[in-house]
Ligand binder design. Structure first.
Ligand SMILES: [Mg+2]
Length: 107
């Protein structure tokens, strides 16, 4: 099963092969593109497009997130960071943060 680190290396391979920006000055753009792809996923879902299409947009989000992460923190092991953050969140209260988010939405 591929790991986040495997996926990150594949994204780097794609970026190099296709001549996309591969330097830290591209980080802001890559984060912006992740938001744009997230918007495309939301739009696809809201319009009732085929699930495969919506999921593909979500994968685009992941591509950009992984791409930005490798430029922001080249030495970070995303599998370790994921496990650590997962454990941290699992240690939190039931429905943690939800009240705060509801307040923001109704705000
Ligand atoms: Mg897309």
């Amino acid at each position: 099963m591929p790991t986040l680190e495997d996926a990150k290396r594949k994204v780097e391979e794609l970026v190099v092969a296709k001549g996309f920006g591969n330097t830290p000055d591209e980080i802001a753009n890559k984060l912006l593109f992740a938001f744009i792809e997230l918007g495309e996923a939301g739009d696809s879902w809201k319009k009732g497009k085929p699930t495969e299409e919506t999921v593909e947009e979500l994968i685009d989000v992941i591509f950009y997130v992984l791409d930005a992460s490798r430029l922001i923190a080249p030495g970070a092991n995303l599998d370790e960071v994921f496990e650590k953050k997962w454990a941290k969140n699992m240690g939190r209260a039931y429905r943690y943060g939800e009240g705060f988010r509801q307040k923001q939405l109704s705000g």
